[in-house]
Ligand binder design. Structure first.
Ligand SMILES: [Ca+2]
Length: 614
C-alpha cells in the first residue's frame, strides 16, 4: 500500500496535534447505535484514526499546507445500477462512459443509503442530520413558506470556517424562504432555482400539452366550472432561477415579468448551470484557498418529450437521453480538472439522491433493476443509489466498498478531510459517522452497520448488517411477527424470513428502536425554518407577488375566526401553532408547545401586512 509509506515519515509533533483533534471529535453526539459499535471497536478505531490523521497531514504537507478541494456532484433521481457499469448500462440500452470511467478511477460505494426523496437527502448531506430531526423530511413542490432552518449548521458553513471557498450551482430544493438558501447557508456564491423540477419541467405549459400533468397549463382545460382560480399554481408565476452572494439578496435571472416558463427555458437553465460550474471550477482552481464546489444538476429529470428533436439511445427514454448529456458534461468537468492540474488534490463524489421516479418509469427509460421500489419508498429501491468517490493516490482506484454508508456520513467525513471536525456542532445529534477509514483503508473499514429509514417523520424500516426490519408490515412491539428481510439473499425484499431472523433477532431490533427513540426524547426533533416565501429576492415579478398573496390568504388560518382575535405582531411560530391547534381542535396555548414538524405546512398566515401591496 502506498499509504503506508507516508505514515512513518510524520513527526510525533503532528501526531500529537491530530491526537488533540481526535479528542475533540469524541464530543460529537451520535445516535445511540453508534455507541454500541464504539464500545466494541473504539480502541481499534483510535489506532486507525491516528494513522489516518498522519496520512491526511502528509497529504496537506504535499499540497502546500492545504486540505483537499471538495467537488460534490449530486444527480437527481438516479437509483442503483444506472451509472458506473457498462454491463448494467447495456441492459437498459444507453451508455454513461464518463461516469463509468470516473467509477474505475475511484471507489464504488455499493451500499450508499440516502433518504427517500430530494429534499431530505439534500438536507441530510448538508447538515449531517437525518431530516426528521429538523422538520425537512417532506418534499415541497409549491410555494410553502418553510425551509431548512438558519440554525442548522451546514457543511458549507463549517468548511468556510476552516478556510474554504464555497460555491453551489444547480438544484437546491430546501425551501423558498431566505434563511434556507445556499448563500445564507454557508456558500460564498450560489446559482439555483428556488423550487424544483415539478415547476420547471413537469407542470409548465409544454408538459401540460403532453399530459405529463393534467388539468394545468394555459390551454389544457375548459375553465367554465372553475370558481377557485388559485387551485393551480401557475409554473410561470413561481420564482425560477436566482443567483446571489453570501448573505445578500438574490436576483431572479432570465425571466421577465409576464414571460411564460417553457421547456426551452428549462433546457437553457440546465446548460447554464453546467457552464457556471465549469466557470466556477476554473476560477476556484486559481484561488489560494481550497474549494468546496457543489454541482447538483436538474437533469436527467425531464417532463415533455416533443420539446427535443432527437432521441439517440436504443432505450429512447427521456431521462436516459438527458443522462447521456449529464454524463458528457461530467466528462468535460473531469477533463477540465486534469487540465487545471487539480485532479490529484480534489475529492470528487458523484452520486444519486434517491431511487427512480417510478411514476415516470415508462417514459424516463429507468425502471428499478436490482432493488424494489423507487423515490418516496423505504424499500431498498428508494434509498440505495449509485455513489462513487475519487481521490487519486488516497482512495484506491477501481475498488468497491460493501460497507453501509449513509449520505449524512459524507458531512462528517468531508468535515474531517477538510480539517473542519472541530466546527461540527455538539449540541445536537449528528447522524453522520466519520467514514474516513472506509475511504482511505477500503472495504470492511466502515463504522456503520445500521440505518434508520424514515419516510418524512415516520420510521418505516431499520437496517442492521444485511437484515432489514420493515415496520409497516409488522409490529414494533412484537418483532417476532414482523417482516424481516435478508438483503444479501433477497435484495428485492420479497421473501420475508421473519421467524428465521426474528427468533434470534427480534428482541434485539426492538431494543435498537427503543434506544433510538430514547435518544430522540433527549434530543427532540425540531421544526424547520418558517418565513415569508420569496422575501429577499430583489426583482420579484408582479405575478410572483400575487402568487405569494394567494398562498398567504389560503394558508390555513385566514379562514379561522380565532385568527381575527389575534393581534399579535406577525410571527411565524405563533402562526403555525394556530394552524396546528385549529387542526386538532385544542386550545391555542397548549398546542403552541406541541407543534411538530408534521403539522406543517403552516406559515406566515397573517403576514400580508409585511408584503408591499400591488
Ligand atoms: Ca431526487
Amino acid at each position: 500500500m502506498r499509504f503506508a509509506d507516508s505514515r512513518f515519515i510524520i513527526t510525533s509533533v503532528v501526531a500529537l496535534l491530530v491526537g488533540a483533534q481526535a479528542a475533540m471529535a469524541r464530543d460529537i453526539k451520535h445516535d445511540a447505535e453508534f455507541y454500541i459499535l464504539k464500545q466494541q471497536n473504539g480502541e481499534q478505531w483510535a489506532k486507525e484514526d491516528n494513522a489516518l490523521d498522519e496520512e491526511l497531514a502528509a497529504f496537506r504537507e504535499k499540497n502546500g499546507g492545504k486540505p483537499p478541494n471538495i467537488f460534490y456532484i449530486l444527480i437527481d433521481d438516479i437509483g442503483f445500477g444506472d451509472l458506473g457499469s457498462e454491463t448494467l448500462n447495456s441492459i437498459r440500452g444507453y451508455k454513461t462512459p464518463s461516469i463509468n470511467q470516473f467509477a474505475r478511477e475511484g471507489m464504488r460505494l455499493s451500499r450508499m443509503y440516502t433518504e427517500p426523496s430530494c429534499t431530505p437527502t439534500r438536507v441530510a448531506f448538508m447538515t449531517g442530520r437525518q431530516p426528521y430531526r429538523n422538520g425537512m423530511g417532506n418534499t415541497a413542490v409549491d410555494i410553502s413558506g418553510f425551509g431548512v432552518a438558519g440554525k442548522e449548521v451546514t457543511l458549507a458553513e463549517i468548511l468556510s470556517e476552516a478556510g474554504y471557498n464555497t460555491v453551489h450551482i444547480g438544484k437546491w430544493h430546501m425551501g423558498d424562504i431566505k434563511e434556507a438558501w445556499p448563500n445564507f447557508q454557508g456558500f460564498d456564491y450560489a446559482a439555483f432555482p428556488i423550487h424544483q423540477q415539478g415547476q420547471l419541467t413537469i407542470f409548465h405549459d409544454d408538459a401540460a400539452d403532453e399530459e405529463v400533468s393534467i388539468g394545468i397549463g394555459d390551454n389544457n382545460y375548459d375553465d367554465r366550472y372553475t370558481i377557485d382560480r388559485w387551485l393551480r399554481t401557475d409554473a410561470s408565476s413561481m420564482v425560477t432561477g436566482v443567483e446571489g452572494y453570501r448573505g445578500k439578496p438574490v436576483r431572479e435571472v432570465h425571466m421577465k415579468p409576464g414571460e411564460r416558463w417553457t421547456e426551452a427555458k428549462y433546457a437553457a437553465m440546465n446548460q447554464r448551470y453546467q457552464d457556471q460550474t465549469m466557470e466556477q471550477l476554473q476560477s476556484l482552481a486559481k484561488q489560494d484557498k481550497p474549494f468546496f464546489l457543489q454541482y447538483w444538476p436538474l437533469y436527467p429529470l425531464t417532463g415533455p418529450r416533443t420539446a427535443y428533436e432527437e432521441y439517440t439511445t436504443p432505450n429512447g427514454g427521456t431521462y436516459v437521453e438527458k443522462m447521456k448529456l449529464v454524463d458528457q458534461w461530467i466528462g468535460e468537468l473531469m477533463a477540465e480538472m486534469d487540465r487545471l492540474g487539480i485532479a490529484d488534490n480534489t475529492l470528487v463524489v458523484v452520486m444519486g439522491d434517491n431511487g427512480h421516479f417510478t411514476k415516470y418509469s415508462p417514459q424516463s427509460g429507468y425502471t428499478p433493476m436490482i432493488f424494489r421500489g423507487g423515490k418516496g419508498s423505504t424499500t431498498e429501491g428508494g434509498v440505495r443509489v449509485d455513489a462513487f468517490v475519487r481521490w487519486p493516490g488516497m482512495i484506491e482506484a477501481d475498488s468497491v466498498a460493501g460497507d453501509i454508508v449513509h449520505v449524512t456520513d459524507l458531512f462528517t467525513t468531508i468535515a474531517r478531510l477538510g480539517g473542519a471536525t472541530d466546527e461540527i456542532p455538539t449540541d445536537r445529534i449528528i447522524d453522520g459517522i466519520d467514514q474516513t477509514s472506509l475511504m482511505l483503508n477500503g472495504d470492511t473499514h466502515g463504522r456503520r452497520d445500521y440505518v434508520f429509514l424514515y419516510n418524512i417523520n415516520k420510521l418505516e424500516a431499520v437496517v442492521k448488517e444485511q437484515y432489514k426490519l420493515a415496520i409497516p408490515g409488522g409490529n414494533m412491539d412484537n418483532a417476532i411477527l414482523a417482516d424481516f428481510y435478508d438483503l444479501f439473499r433477497d435484495p428485492q425484499e420479497r421473501y420475508p424470513v421473519s421467524t428465521e431472523i426474528g427468533a434470534w433477532g427480534g428482541a434485539k431490533f426492538v431494543r435498537m428502536i427503543q434506544r433510538h427513540m430514547k435518544r430522540k426524547v433527549k434530543y427532540p426533533d425540531e421544526r424547520p425554518g418558517l418565513g415569508m416565501p420569496y422575501e429577499g429576492i430583489e426583482n420579484l415579478r408582479p405575478e410572483s407577488k400575487a402568487a405569494v398573496r394567494e398562498f398567504l390568504f389560503m394558508d390555513a388560518g385566514n379562514v379561522d375566526p380565532r385568527l381575527r382575535e389575534d393581534d399579535a405582531p406577525c410571527g411565524y411560530d405563533r402562526m403555525s401553532a394556530i394552524a396546528s391547534s385549529s387542526r386538532r381542535g385544542a386550545p391555542l396555548d397548549t398546542c403552541r408547545r406541541r407543534v411538530t414538524p408534521d403539522s406543517l405546512p403552516a406559515s406566515g398566515l397573517r403576514c400580508t401586512e409585511r408584503w408591499p401591496s400591488g
